[in-house]
Design a protein around this ligand. Structure first.
Ligand SMILES: [Zn+2]
Length: 86
């Protein structure tokens, strides 16, 4: 699955979106509906935005689900361990 590598929420002053921390989807009767990715700092913004869009029927109604992406730093730690064994 190909995911965007930047947060879906753009700040007004921001032209440097953060890397995403969560995949955001809506659990709907007909299945899971992926709406985007979001960074840790914009999780609340995203939820409020989706709630509004659900109220105005721009998105299907259903529970909003945040699935955490691979924790940041894991690769880095693994690489350091490899280096130490040489
Ligand atoms: Zn963000």
């Amino acid at each position: 699955m190909l995911l965007p590598d930047k947060c879906s929420i753009k700040d007004k002053q921001g032209d440097r979106p953060n890397p995403p921390s969560y995949i955001v989807s809506i659990m709907h009767d007909s299945g899971e509906y992926m709406v985007g990715v979001v960074c840790e700092g914009h999780k609340g913004n995203m939820e409020r935005r989706l709630n509004k869009m659900q109220e105005s029927s721009k998105l299907p109604k259903g529970a909003i689900k945040f699935v955490q992406l691979r924790p940041v730093g894991t690769d880095c730690v693994a690489n350091h361990t490899d280096n130490l064994t040489e």
